[in-house]
Ligand binder design. Structure first.
Ligand SMILES: Cc1ncc(COP(=O)(O)O)c(C=O)c1O
Length: 307
């Protein structure tokens, strides 16, 4: 499967052997057809590369079937709309293409990346006529955080989530990840796994690629998603918690409350449910609520076509 091995260093300085993403075997769905993995490239003068005019989805297949595929396709369409363009493929066509992409990998568990971007017809800030391109790739991607069940360590991020009138914060848009990468690098440089971002008001928002939940007195607290993605995993976990009779409180959460919680975890398609052991010196232990939800999420994703 792997043509050439490249020695890389992980964030924890453990050498890992992983080929770069442009140099792998397989197929990528690109603008309606499957192309050999290495041929799925774009020109350097592509609008999206210069101006971040791109939206994407991160999804996981379990047992060969994509979890919440339709909801991810809908969000891709919605993100594009917020960015002022239209995806030239229907929800049915996207769902079918994503599933076929997973099927071609032959993998049972896969990560799926759907991506839509403005092409290279015109450069400059204005690019209304540029072609909208769409690609779908799938590959094996294990736990987003190595050893995640031990609990990860979060630093406070040096960047804050922009206000809703500063950026289209409900879009899963590439440009919004600039501050996520900066914050994640800052955290890794300081020996943490990830960073907890506040919003423009100073309220707790989310991690750099996942939502946050906090537990106190058996109740689940989570910030109201008014300046960041209302993650599909977040919505799933809220449903699972309520089905168990766990109280879920969506509200403004301030950093000075953090120490009063016993359990903390992150949720996301890549992160799934990831317990948090520390936020900037404050310690937390994965407890009964986190463990129950980890079990429920595992049971749900094992079911074919779970929704
Ligand atoms: C910034 C950010 N917030 C939240 C999430 C969680 O969203 P979801 O559960 O839909 O994957 C993600 C992952 O997609 C993300 O990148």
């Amino acid at each position: 499967m792997v043509a050439r091995a490249h020695k890389l260093k992980s964030a924890w300085s453990i050498p890992v052997t992983e080929p770069p993403y442009h140099d792998r075997d397989g197929w990528i769905w690109m603008n309606g057809e499957f192309v050999p993995w290495r041929d799925a490239s774009v020109h350097v003068l592509t609008h999206a590369l210069h101006y971040a005019s791109a939206v994407f989805e991160g999804e996981r297949a379990y047992g060969g079937s994509i979890f919440l595929s339709r909801q991810h396709s809908e969000r891709l369409h919605y993100s594009a709309k917020l960015m002022g363009f239209e995806i030239p493929y229907s929800l049915d066509a996207l769902d079918a293409a994503k599933q076929e992409t997973v099927n071609r990998t032959g993998l049972d568990s896969a990560y799926v990346r759907a991506f839509a971007w403005r092409g290279s017809e015109k450069m400059g800030v204005s690019a209304r006529e540029n072609r909208i391109n769409v690609s779908i790739a799938a590959w094996h991607w294990g736990d987003y955080f190595p050893d995640k069940l031990k609990g990860i360590r979060l630093m406070m991020a040096p960047w804050t989530r922009p206000a809703p009138h500063t950026a289209p914060c409900q879009a899963k848009a590439s440009g919004l990840y600039m501050i996520c990468t900066l914050s994640k690098h800052a955290a890794e440089n300081a020996g943490f796994n990830d960073a907890l971002m506040l919003d423009w008001r100073g309220q707790v928002a989310e991690a750099t690629g996942a939502n946050i939940f906090l537990v106190r007195d058996g109740a689940l607290h989570t910030p109201t998603p008014d300046s960041f993605l209302n993650g599909l995993t977040r919505q799933t976990v809220i449903k699972l918690a309520r089905a168990r009779g766990i109280e879920v409180i969506e509200r403004a959460i301030w950093p000075n409350e953090l120490a009063s919680f016993n359990e903390v975890f992150l949720t996301g398609s890549a992160a799934e449910i990831t317990p948090v052991a520390e936020i900037a010196g404050m310690k937390f232990t994965p407890g009964p609520v986190t463990i129950a939800l980890l079990d429920d999420f595992a049971a749900l994703t094992k079911r074919k076509n779970a929704a």
